[in-house]
Design a protein around this ligand. Structure first.
Ligand code: PXP
Length: 257
């Protein structure tokens, strides 16, 4: 069984991704800033969960961070990882509340696209099964795309996380027609995924400027936000950055309701 019961409240959850605290630490090979300290601060400031991506090259979070997060957090940990044997063993050793499967290429700066579930359906079905049996809530990070959503449902994942990167990039680059097109796609695919019985999350690249239209989508139950929040925390502190994000999420949700 999972250490954390499924949230039945219907509230839009905020998962805080702490990877980039580790990025700053790792830039100097020092012990600080400690991402676990950031996770505990996020917890204290009302985060509904903490997300960390254990990459194959360990460029952000390290193995010991995962062990410490598991020991010290009382809110759910969402472990992002590639679908490799090494990562599966680590997840089965720790049994975090959630495991989010993401694609991973060494040369990429960040997780650039969603997982190609449809292309690897058989392998991923076998990969997901022991994680689910161990009690991890498995989510699959995918583009807002019908074939990927359908494949995620078929392999038995209870959750999909829709990639908001293309929507955020289009906004940042002033390509407003593209942005609106991406938002339309996210809107329709969130609805479609929920109609198949999947729980829908979203994330990647979200900022104060882009969060509201996504938070307003009623099918979305959780947002995972990291890079912007950690960057903003440099100026205002993590609790204040989270509070502003939470305010915008709640405002969007109220408007939608
Ligand atoms: N969700 C997933 C699956 C991710 O891979 C990431 C980035 O690690 C995020 C959310 C958070 O993205 P960002 O750091 O751009 O807010």
């Amino acid at each position: 069984m999972s250490r954390h019961p499924k949230d039945q409240s219907g509230k839009l959850r905020l998962g805080v991704n702490i990877d980039h605290v580790a990025t700053v630490r790792n830039a100097r090979g020092s012990a600080y800033p400690d991402p676990v300290r950031a996770a505990l601060l996020a917890q204290q400031a009302g985060a509904d969960g903490v997300t960390a991506h254990l990459r194959e090259d360990r460029r952000h979070i390290a193995d010991d961070d995962i062990a410490r997060l598991m020991d010290q957090l009382t809110i759910p940990l969402n472990l992002e990882m590639a679908a490799t044997d090494e990562m599966q063993q680590i997840a089965l050793r720790h049994v975090p509340h959630a495991v989010c499967l993401v694609p991973e290429k060494r040369e990429e700066r960040t997780t650039e696209g969603g997982l190609e579930v449809a292309r690897e359906e058989n392998r991923l079905a076998h990969f997901v099964a022991p994680l689910r049996e161990a009690g991890c809530r498995v989510s699959i990070f995918i583009a807002a795309d019908k074939p990927q959503i359908e494949a995620a449902a078929r392999i038995g994942a209870p959750v999909v996380e829709l990639h908001t990167g293309a929507y955020c990039d289009a906004h940042a680059e002033g390509r407003l027609d593209d942005r609106d097109g991406e938002l339309q796609r996210l809107t329709e695919m969130a609805r479609y995924a929920a109609s198949l019985g999947l729980e829908v999350h979203a994330g990647h690249g979200l900022t104060y400027d882009t969060v509201k239209p996504i938070a307003a989508l009623p099918e979305i139950r959780e947002l995972n936000i990291g890079h912007f929040l950690i960057g903003e925390a440099i100026f205002v502190g993590l609790p204040a950055a989270m509070a502003e994000m939470r305010r915008l999420m709640d405002e969007a949700r109220k408007g939608a309701g």
